[in-house]
Design a binder for this molecule. Structure first.
Ligand SMILES: *[C@@H]1O[C@H](CO)[C@@H](O)[C@H](O)[C@H]1NC(C)=O
Ligand SMILES: *[C@@H]1O[C@H](CO)[C@@H](O)[C@H](O)[C@H]1NC(C)=O
Length: 611
């Protein structure tokens, strides 16, 4: 009851706030805008090409750094009420008192005060963050991030909102916290609203107002759904499109103003600001292409790891749908090294991840031309066509993030080869063939070292399969529950339900590769288990205790961040694919598919030479 009342009073406060903001920002068109002299939103859609050497993200000098595109103007049940209220307030309480430009500052003060009040609530759950348990005393050492702040990097924060208004205030609070730490001119915020039909629109107005007042550069954009009928949509394609659009300003700023961001932070669900800062630190320390948090959703009174569609451990296996309190033999990553490091709360290498909030290095991805994509030979069931015939080893029709991870591996290998080529050319050596690469790749020093535990698994593929199936049966026994109607709360909404065989991995259809993946430079993709992303209905205090125990471990973290042994890509992975249109929940099927970097590189070369 108490919680509901609190939520209601917060909502009431929020609406009052939004009302005030709308009043100040989006005055009725009849009102004399130019006279107000206050803050006011102009429409800027494009980033101007730099004519001067100034490359700063200063919104006062470059107003086009704050843009709103495709505002939803469709009337709703409150439109008329708000319109009348605005007009009335403007005419009776504002207009008579506007004497000169100076009074406008007071309006801005008014709103800034309201923002402070709003953000002192830190959204719905954010205020808990400083009290939550984290290993290595993370929360006690706020100055841990001073060095990060001093380095003065530029960060690009990307958010895709698809009818998920319940996160937006928390996410805004997180952004404001990051702005406070990292500086107004060090962040760019890109929000993409994909045809939301809930109160996202209003909350996005709020975000726009707050970011404008704080002087944070942003682009907020709303787009229509790709298909009129949601059931005719192909979700991986929607995902890819949304993300590429959210990255458009990144590319524009790079091409037109030569502004280069150090890291892109994809905010999803709710993540505590310190956890994000730590993940950024881990990303820099390891020169990682991507570092993900872990994604936990409430499920029948427990918290379960919730991203089994997009996450694969370094052996290509699916993560377990483990509980947050699981013992060391049943933790989310199945591979030995990953499980070991997970148990110590240390970052571990994976083949692919997304798991809520994640940090991407654009210089190892987007700036190299890697974009989000999806398979194209899916079956559109809205059309009266028969399903396309697909080879048993046709590319996996999985999530756009899974495609992105494979692209990271391939481009990392390519970069390694190019560097070796350059070095060889400089030294007047012959051109290498693929196998020689490792011998010259400076990042592959430990290639000769025995690969711990992995070779056994690889050779006895039958045994591995046994183990996986055992685990699956095990999980099935423990999870004799029906589909949770609240599954939308976490990323597992997109995964294949266990009841449909979501954990059963078919036998690998591949032999050993002639040119092993291990000779290529690995993609540095990590999971930071100390960075949980959560959803509505999660008790953060309980989750933190489950994951990290009671007392705070005082050992400083220094040095432990670093992963020294980087594995090559797995030679096969669990492909969970969506072959049909039908939105997020379309049927998925599963197979194990080979992954040969050598073959992928050759395909890439062929594609390039055909163009
Ligand atoms: C809003 O969109 C969701 C799916 O995104 C859909 O299930 C729901 O019916 C829509 N509501 C309205 C009022 O259109
Ligand atoms: C599937 O076909 C329908 C009908 O032709 C079309 O409207 C829709 O856009 C198609 N879906 C995709 C993802 O191409």
């Amino acid at each position: 009851m108490g919680i509901r009342r609190r939520t209601l009073s917060r909502l009431a406060f929020l609406f009052t706030f939004v009302f005030v903001v709308r009043m100040l920002f989006f005055q009725p068109s009849s009102s004399p805008k130019s006279k107000s002299g206050g803050v006011e939103i102009k429409e800027h859609n494009f980033i101007e090409r730099a004519t001067r050497p100034d490359r700063s993200l200063n919104v006062h000098r470059h107003p086009f750094l704050q843009a709103r595109i495709g505002r939803d103007e469709t009337p709703d049940m409150f439109s008329e009420l708000i319109e009348n209220g605005l007009q009335d307030y403007w005419e009776r309480f504002q207009l008579p008192y506007i004497v000169n430009k100076d009074t406008a500052n007071m309006d801005a003060q008014h709103v800034l005060g309201a923002i402070d009040q709003l953000l002192s609530l830190n959204g719905w759950v954010g205020h808990l963050c400083p009290t939550l348990v984290r290993p290595f005393g993370q929360n006690k050492r706020d100055n841990d991030y001073d060095d990060l702040v001093r380095q003065d990097h530029l960060y690009y924060i990307a958010i895709v909102i698809h009818s998920a208004d319940h996160f937006l205030v928390d996410q805004l609070a997180v952004i404001v916290q990051m702005v406070k730490r990292l500086g107004t001119n060090n962040l760019f915020v890109s929000m993409l609203d994909y045809d939301s039909n809930d109160s996202t629109e209003t909350l996005v107005d709020l975000c726009e107002a707050v970011l404008t007042l704080l002087g944070v550069p942003f682009r907020i954009r709303r787009i229509q759904a790709m298909t009129e009928d949601p059931s005719a949509a192909y979700y991986p394609l929607e995902e890819a499109t949304m993300r590429n659009l959210a990255l458009e300003p990144l590319h524009e700023l790079h091409q037109r103003r030569k502004i280069q961001f150090s890291r892109v932070v994809w905010l999803k669900g709710f993540t505590c600001p310190n956890d994000i800062l730590e993940t950024i630190k881990i990303s820099f320390a390891n020169e990682a292409a991507m570092v993900c948090g872990m994604d936990w959703a409430e499920h029948n009174g427990f918290f379960i790891f919730s991203d089994r569609w997009r996450t694969r451990d370094i052996e290509g296996d699916q993560f377990r749908q483990s509980k947050s309190s699981s013992k060391s033999d049943a933790v989310p990553p199945r591979d030995n090294q990953g499980a070991l490091r997970y148990a110590q709360h240390l970052p571990f290498q994976v083949f692919c991840c997304e798991s809520g909030t994640h940090v991407v290095d654009p210089s190892q991805s987007y700036y190299r031309g890697v974009a989000y994509r999806a398979g194209t030979d899916f079956h559109n069931v809205s059309r009266a066509e028969s399903a396309p015939v697909r080879d048993p080893d046709a590319p996996c029709l999985d999530s756009s993030q899974a495609w992105f991870c494979r692209d990271l591996w391939i481009h990392s290998a390519l970069q390694g080869m190019n560097e070796v080529d350059k070095a060889n050319n400089a030294a007047g050596m012959r051109r290498r063939d693929a196998v020689d690469v490792a011998a010259f790749d400076p990042l592959m020093e430990r290639r000769d070292a025995p690969v711990k535990g992995r070779d056994n698994v690889k050779v006895q593929i039958g045994a591995e399969e046994e183990e996986v199936n055992d685990a699956a049966a095990d999980t099935r026994k423990k999870n004799v529950h029906k589909q949770d109607p609240d599954a939308n709360a976490g990323s597992d909404y997109d995964a294949m339900p266990i009841e449909d065989g979501g954990e059963v991995v078919p036998p690998p259809e591949v032999g050993r590769l002639s040119i092993p993946n291990a000779v290529y430079r690995p993609a540095r993709i990590l999971v930071n288990p100390r960075c949980p992303t959560t959803y509505a209905g999660v008790s953060h205090t309980k989750l933190a205790r489950d994951l990290f125990g009671e007392g705070e471990d005082e050992t400083p973290l220094s040095g432990k961040f670093l992963l020294e042994d980087w594995e090559g890509a797995p030679e096969s992975f669990v492909c969970q694919e969506q072959r049909l249109t039908g939105g997020r929940k379309a049927t998925k099927t599963q197979r194990r598919l080979g992954f040969s970097i050598h073959d992928e590189l050759q395909a890439l070369m062929r594609e390039k030479s055909n163009r």
